[in-house]
Design a protein around this ligand. Structure first.
Ligand code: TYD
Length: 204
């Protein structure tokens, strides 16, 4: 199992707070003069843009087709010769991603065959996985508060199944992946402190 050193992935349900936390960690690296790169999935590539249109219900497709798109977006995200994650890591940057293949296993497995999703998501593991664990009801309240149109997966019943799929993955991580599960209701500063003390022993 290949592990990508200095690659940090944030995962959680919609509304869990991954975007806030990844930005705060990036600010910390900025202040400390570390070389870092912050990124997310779906990406801003043409494939990622198509995925966002599907999530916003502007384009319709099937769950399987969407799963293949996420996997294609991820392959480009990792291996694009110009700006791919592996390229950035080999240039000595810390790379932080808001979501990675764990999202596909958690979300797409609800509607698609789990074996298919696992098969098309055989990508290298990150060295660090941070799961922000925010209860479904709290996530739904935050999504409501944010306003705007609900996206494809913003439903409590769906997110409960997604959470179960996340938990199953966290219980079976390969050796070499360092996991932090942090309580997403603890408050922004407390979560940030937990993330930092988790990474500090690794000089990150
Ligand atoms: P999200 O991080 O919520 O994007 P944003 O908040 O910036 O709009 O991700 C978009 C949605 O895509 C979210 O519902 C999770 C879902 N998703 C999958 O279903 N599979 C995947 O592989 C990824 C990366 C995301």
């Amino acid at each position: 199992m290949e592990i990508l050193s200095s690659f940090i992935v944030f995962e959680g349900l919609d509304g869990a707070g991954t975007t806030t936390q990844i930005r705060n960690l990036a600010k910390y690296y900025e202040v400390n003069g570390r070389r870092y790169h912050i990124t997310n999935e779906p990406t801003s590539s043409p494939i990622g843009t198509l995925i966002r249109q599907i999530l916003q219900k502007k384009v319709m497709t099937t769950p399987d087709a969407l799963a293949y798109l996420y996997a294609a977006d991820r392959s480009d995200h990792l291996y694009n010769p110009d700006h791919g994650i592996t390229r950035l890591l080999s240039d000595g940057s810390i790379v932080m991603s808001d979501r990675y293949f764990y999202s596909s296993i958690a979300y797409q497995s609800v509607e698609c065959d789990r074996d298919l999703i696992e098969r098309i998501n055989r990508f290298p593991s990150p060295e660090f996985l941070i799961f922000i664990d925010t209860p479904v009801d709290e996530c739904m309240a935050r999504i409501e508060k944010r306003g705007g149109e609900k996206e494809l997966f913003d439903r409590a019943g769906f997110l409960r199944l997604v959470r179960e799929n996340y938990m199953r993955q966290l219980d079976a991580l390969p050796e070499g992946v360092h996991l932090l599960v942090v309580d997403g209701t603890a408050g922004i500063d407390d979560v940030e402190r937990s993330v930092r003390s988790f990474l500090a022993p690794f000089s990150l």
